[in-house]
Design a protein around this ligand. Structure first.
Ligand code: LMR
Length: 399
C-alpha cells in the first residue's frame, strides 16, 4: 500500500554526514554539520558535562517520567541563561518555558502553537536561513515567507532590505530571528541594528521568534550572546524563543533545549504553558531527563558555570584561530581576492559564496564535505587542515 511513496531527498545538512561516512578518501574532511571537533577532529565532551554526569550517578536518580513541560530546575536555569539574572519577565513569572527536544523540537512545538493559536499568521524567515526552518514550519502547517537578510555584494547584513520587508509584513506576522551567530551566514546585526529591528517589530505589531542555537559561539561569552532577546524583553516586546544545548554544551544526541514564550502578564504565560504542554503531550508526551539534569547542574552550580564559560571561550577561541589561519592561507595562495569575509563572519560557520558547482568540486576532488549553499563549519576544521582547505577553495575557482 506504500508503493506510491516517493524517495525523500537527502537532508541538505545531515545528508552530508552520511556521504562523509561513506567516503574512503583518507583526506576526507567533514565541514557539513555544525558540530564542534577538537584539534584532532574528534567529538568533544565538555569537562563540565562529565563532572555533572558524575554527580548525577552519585545522586542515583530514578527514571520516572518528567512532567510534560520538563524538569523544573532546568526550566528555571534555561530562562535565567537566556534572559539574565535581572530579568523582570522571569521575576514576574511572565515566561512560559517547556523543555523540548533541542532546537528542532522546541521550534516544532512553537510552530504547532502558532498554527493552533495564531491562525493565518505567516512566519518570515531570513534569506538564507538554517535548512530545517522551512521543514519545521511547513510540517506544522504554518505558511512561511522570506525576508531579506544577507547582502551578497557586501557579504554583510542587508539592513534596509530587512527593515523594508518587516514593515511590509502584516501585523501579527511571526519574524524568525537568529539570536546570535546567524546560520549559515555568520553575519549578525550590530547593537544599533538590533535596536532598529526592534523598532520595526514594535511599530508593525510583529511577533519575534528567536532561534538561539549558538549562545556562546558568537562572542565566546554566554552573557554577551544573549544581547538580542534581552533587549527585546527590556523593551516589553512579547516573543517566542527556542534554545538548544546541542552546541554550547555539546549535548547533540541528548536532545536538550526549550521553547519559551515571553509575554506581558503572568496569566497569559500560565495559559500558554498549559497549551504548549498539550502540544508536547500529543507529539512526544514528555522530554528526556538526562540532558536536562546535566544542563541544570551546570547552569545552577557557580563553579561548574564558571568552568563552562571557560570551556565555551576555549571552543569559540579554537574556531577563531582556524578562521584566522584559513584567511592567512587563502591570502597567501591568492592575494588578489578579498578574503576578509572569512574573519568578519562569526560563530561556527563561514559562508564562502562557493556555488553548487564549486561545492561539488570541493567534495569530489578534495573530499571536503560541505553543504550545497557554500557553508563550511569551521568547528570541524583543525589547524593542520587549514592549508589543505585553502588550496581546495582556491582550486574550486578554476572550475
Ligand atoms: C547545522 O546547521 O549544521 C546544525 O544545526 C545541525 C542540524 O541539525 O542541522
Amino acid at each position: 500500500f506504500l508503493s506510491g511513496v516517493e524517495q525523500a531527498p537527502a537532508d541538505p545538512i545531515l545528508g552530508v554526514s552520511v556521504a562523509f561516512r561513506e567516503s574512503t578518501n583518507p583526506n576526507k574532511l567533514n565541514l557539513g554539520v555544525g558540530a564542534y571537533r577538537t584539534e584532532d577532529l574528534k567529538p568533544y565532551v565538555l569537562d563540565v558535562v562529565r563532572q555533572a554526569e558524575k554527580r548525577m550517578i552519585e545522586a542515583d536518580y530514578d527514571k520516572e517520567y518528567l512532567p510534560m513541560q520538563g524538569l523544573a530546575e532546568f526550566n528555571e536555569a534555561t530562562r535565567k541563561l537566556l534572559l539574565g539574572e535581572g530579568s523582570a519577565a522571569v521575576a514576574e513569572s511572565r515566561v512560559a518555558t517547556v523543555q523540548s527536544l533541542s532546537g528542532t523540537g522546541s521550534l516544532r512545538v512553537g510552530a504547532a502553537f502558532i498554527g493552533k493559536f495564531m491562525p493565518g499568521a505567516v512566519v518570515y524567515l531570513p534569506n538564507p536561513t538554517w535548512g530545517n526552518h522551512k521543514n519545521i514550519f511547513a510540517d506544522a502547517g504554518v505558511e512561511w515567507r522570506e525576508y531579506r537578510y544577507y547582502d551578497k555584494a557586501t557579504i554583510g547584513l542587508d539592513l534596509d532590505g530587512m527593515i523594508a520587508d518587516l514593515k511590509a509584513a502584516p501585523a501579527g506576522s511571526v519574524i524568525c530571528l537568529h539570536g546570535c551567530a546567524h546560520n549559515p551566514t555568520g553575519v549578525d546585526p550590530t547593537k544599533e541594528q538590533w535596536a532598529a529591528i526592534a523598532d520595526a517589530v514594535e511599530s508593525n505589531g510583529l511577533v519575534p521568534f528567536f532561534d538561539v542555537a549558538y549562545q556562546g559561539f558568537a562572542s565566546g561569552s554566554l552573557e554577551e550572546d544573549a544581547y538580542a532577546p534581552r533587549l527585546f524583553e527590556r523593551r516589553g516586546i512579547e516573543f517566542f524563543c527556542a534554545q538548544s544545548y546541542s552546541k554550547n554544551l555539546g549535548l547533540y544526541a541528548e536532545r536538550i533545549g526549550a521553547i519559551n514564550a515571553v509575554v506581558n502578564d503572568k496569566e497569559t504565560a500560565a495559559k500558554t504553558l498549559s497549551q504548549m504542554n498539550r502540544i508536547a503531550r500529543a507529539i512526544y508526551s514528555n522530554p528526556p531527563v538526562h540532558g536536562a539534569r546535566i544542563a541544570a547542574t551546570v547552569i545552577n552550580d557557580p563553579a561548574l558555570f564558571a568552568r563552562w564559560n571557560e570551556e565555551m571561550g576555549e571552543m569559540a577561541g579554537r574556531i577563531k584561530t582556524v578562521r584566522a589561519m584559513l584567511y592567512d592561507n587563502l591570502c597567501k595562495l591568492n592575494p588578489d581576492k578579498d578574503w576578509s569575509f572569512v574573519t568578519r563572519q562569526i560563530g561556527m560557520f563561514s559562508f564562502t559564496g562557493l556555488n553548487p558547482n564549486q561545492v561539488k568540486h570541493m567534495t569530489e576532488k578534495h573530499a571536503i564535505y560541505m553543504t550545497g549553499d557554500g557553508r563550511i563549519s569551521l568547528a570541524g576544521l583543525s589547524q593542520a587542515k587549514c592549508e589543505y582547505l585553502a588550496n581546495a577553495i582556491v582550486d574550486s575557482f578554476t572550475v
